[in-house]
Write a protein that binds this ligand. Structure first.
Ligand SMILES: Nc1ncnc2c1ncn2[C@@H]1O[C@H](COP(=O)(O)OP(=O)(O)OP(=O)(O)O)[C@@H](O)[C@H]1O
Length: 719
């Protein structure tokens, strides 16, 4: 407490001392005697230097080494009168009222302007000493921005048209307040019909020009934005589909979809919308400042003093608003996740009678969002209040000085009206500039995330080129060691070696979770093993062409996945130009033709989302038909029999065993189904525990034998 009081006291002393010293020097420099000794400009600049030295000295003595912001304020405060005076004289060949100094109103005005300038400096130019990464960040943002601009290349012509209309709209818009003031002047003084009509005509023409150009600008630029956004989305989608499976397991689906939907839209906006607004507002601001200077340069200076304060307010507001918006998005995503989970698992919710619990859970998540929304609205309300107050204060100043200038004949009433109209537009423009600049940095951030995915090279490469005319289908797993990317510390396969011979059936059996399906994933090249390799006809799997390989190797998984569309589309999935006869032949092999023909639209029946309108067995048979129609050289069936009844299982087994020279890999729990396999491999703890034919393994009385015994005693008769 005592420390706080001492610090406060020191600050009060420093402030009082500084104001006294500064005012003393400020008044002293106005004395006529100094004027006669040094001349006008020498006196002004000497006073500036003395005040700077004195203020820095006082700060050093009372507060220690002053902070950067304070030094900036002192510098601006000391030098501004001299700069202002010199500038006024150079531009208008006259001495300003403030040039005489010694006027406390001038002192206050310059203090306000200096504070504003120092704050503006603080916001716009980060201290590179304090923030060494600032420069790097800016450089990165610039590179990203240019990359986004290049994405617009196909639409450059449309964009150019949009920019031409943008400039026209701004130019026309700028003259409307000017002619409004002119009409007031004509009405107020001795009325001249011709002048009045011509002013009205010009006003009408400029309004029309501005509206037409603004419409064309908006239309053209929206076209550009839409086409670019669409292009980026497709590019990103393509890049995503090329990523390895591990990528999708380590990154949340929400993050991927957010980049695909939200960030791409933001990137599209970056150039199209923000640059449009930025350019338009910048041109308008410059034009307005020019016209305002012509109406009254003194009032313009006064109005411009508001700029840094507005920017500071906007900056503070944007920071808080964005922070809360981000938190709100996260909390909304959690609430949506809770709702989605319940909707998709509604059967479980109903059977466990947890409707009320889930409703409360959803409510609590929504309350978090609600709280954040309230905070965000409060921040906005405070910001709007502060902004209105600043604007109001400036309007009062302009009216006060405007009245003085009208009285002294420096400005007409119409000019003041035009000026006030420009002033309110200028405030909006400056706020827009600050906002758009921040928003553009945001969009560039989003672009960074999009490019990160676009540039990402899949860890499992698909660059293989090998496409031999003849392939036997001999697969060798050689000393594989593998851990999933999502769980790199757990080795799933250890020194795993197995041969799959052409024309033979190999069965992988073993307890659950021991690594059987992992072999299939590696064979499909979903992942890259950390050690060892998989060879197809003696060549590493990765050297084969991606398309070629997946035509030769087909997989039917435990959980068959169908896509919305017809049965026909699902069977011929990924193949071009399949005839209906081929589709029917594949369906017959898996005993699916009969049930398909009983459906109202036969092969053109829609299967619904994820094949939801079919039973699990029907889905499974269509999935097998989808694999068989490709006539694969290597067919992998991962636990497909669990959802098939005995009749379908027999039929499918007959069909599969009648395909000559096919390498068949079967993973099965129902050991009956694999008794006829040429080779049975027992997998345990990611290693090959036993291998041999059914007879050999039964005679060994090892793991395979035990497995059958267990299944038998559990009532799951292997026979
Ligand atoms: N995508 C994954 N990411 C991380 N770990 C995984 C992944 N898939 C499987 N695992 C783990 O790898 C181990 C082997 O799984 P795998 O699916 O190969 O077993 P499985 O023998 O086929 O079992 P099941 O007979 O039940 O299908 C398990 O411990 C499992 O938890």
């Amino acid at each position: 407490m005592a420390a706080i009081t001492a610090t406060t006291m020191r600050k009060v002393v420093a402030f009082t001392l500084s104001v006294s010293v500064d005012l003393l020097l400020f008044y002293a420099s106005g004395f006529a005697v100094f004027h006669s000794v040094f001349g006008h400009f020498t006196r002004v600049w000497l006073s500036a230097a003395l005040r700077w030295l004195a203020l820095i000295g006082v700060s050093l003595l009372t507060l220690g080494v002053p902070k950067a912001l304070l030094i900036r304020f002192i510098t601006a405060h000391s030098l501004l009168p001299a700069v202002f005076e010199t500038g006024t004289n150079a531009l208008y060949r006259e001495e300003s009222e403030c040039g005489q100094l010694g006027d406390v109103r001038c002192w206050l005005m310059f203090s306000g302007a200096s504070l504003a300038a120092a704050l503006f400096w603080e916001i716009t130019i980060p201290d590179t000493d304090e923030d060494p990464t600032g420069k790097e960040k800016k450089q990165k943002a610039r590179v990203l921005f240019m990359r986004v601009v290049r994405l617009y290349r196909p639409d450059y012509l449309l964009m150019l048209g949009g920019l031409v209309f943008l400039s026209l709209a701004v130019i026309c818009e700028m003259f409307i307040p000017f002619y409004t003031g002119r009409v007031i002047d004509i009405l107020g003084s001795n009325y001249q019909q011709n002048d009045f009509l011509s002013a009205l005509l010009f006003m009408g023409l400029y309004s029309l020009g501005s509206s037409v150009s603004a419409g064309c600008r908006g239309g053209l630029l929206l076209c550009v934005i839409n086409s670019c956004t669409c292009r980026i989305k497709v590019m990103l989608f393509e890049a995503l589909t090329k990523q390895e499976i591990g990528f999708f397991e380590t990154i949340k689906t929400g993050e991927i979809t957010s980049r695909l939907f939200k960030d791409t839209t933001l990137v599209g906006k970056t150039v199209g919308l923000n640059v449009n607004v930025l350019l338009r507002t910048f041109l308008k601001t410059m034009g307005m400042i020019y016209l305002m200077m012509n109406l009254s340069w003194k009032l313009t200076f006064l109005v411009l003093m508001e700029t840094p304060i507005t920017s500071l307010l906007q900056n503070i507001y944007d920071t808080h608003f964005q922070r809360l918006s981000l938190a709100m998005q996260g909390s909304l995503a959690l609430a949506n996740e809770a709702a989605n989970e319940v909707v998709s698992g509604i059967r479980v919710v109903r059977s466990f009678n947890t409707e009320k619990h889930e409703a409360r859970h959803y409510d609590s998540r929504l309350m978090d969002t609600h709280e954040l929304k309230t905070q965000r609205s409060t921040v906005r309300a405070v910001y709007l209040l502060a902004r209105r107050l600043t604007g109001l204060a400036m309007q009062v100043f302009v009216l006060y000085y405007g009245r003085l200038f009208i009285q002294s004949g420096q400005i007409t009433m119409g000019n003041l009206v035009s000026f006030i109209l420009y002033q309110s537009n200028l405030g909006t423009s400056i706020r827009t500039l600050t906002y758009v600049f921040g928003d553009m940095l945001n969009s560039v951030g989003a672009a960074g995330k999009v490019f990160e995915y676009l540039d990402r090279k899949a860890l499992v490469s698909t660059d293989g080129k090998l496409k031999p005319d003849q392939l036997r289908g001999h697969i060798s797993f050689r000393n594989l060691n593998f851990a999933y990317p999502a769980n790199p510390n757990k080795t799933v396969l250890q020194d795993f070696s197995v041969e799959l011979k052409p024309g033979q059936i190999t069965a992988l059996v073993g307890p659950s979770g021991e690594g059987k399906s992992t072999c299939v994933s590696l064979l499909e090249r979903f992942y890259e093993p950390q050690d060892g390799e998989i060879l197809l006809d003696g060549e590493p799997l990765k050297s084969y062409d991606h398309c070629f390989l997946h035509k030769k190797i087909s997989v039917v998984n435990q959980e068959p996945v169908l896509f919305s569309g017809t049965i026909r589309q699902n069977i011929e999935y990924g193949l071009k130009g399949c005839s209906l006869d081929e589709i029917k032949e594949a369906a017959m092999k898996v005993n699916a033709h009969n049930f398909i023909m009983q459906l109202e639209k036969g092969y053109d029946t829609e299967v619904g989302e994820g094949g939801g309108q079919l039973s699990k067995s029907e889905r499974q048979r269509i999935a097998i038909a989808r694999a068989l129609i490709r006539r694969p050289l290597v067919l992998i069936l991962d636990e497909i029999t669990s959802s098939l009844d005995a009749e379908n299982e027999n039929k499918i087994q007959q069909s599969l065993s009648s395909i000559p020279n096919q390498t068949l890999l079967v993973i099965a729990h129902r050991l009956k189904t694999i008794e006829n396999a040429d080779q049975i491999v027992v997998v345990s703890g990611g290693k090959v525990k036993e291998r041999g034919t059914h007879r050999e393994l039964m005679d060994m009385k090892g793991s395979y034998y035990k497995l059958r015994e267990e299944l038998f005693t559990e009532g799951n008769s292997p026979q």
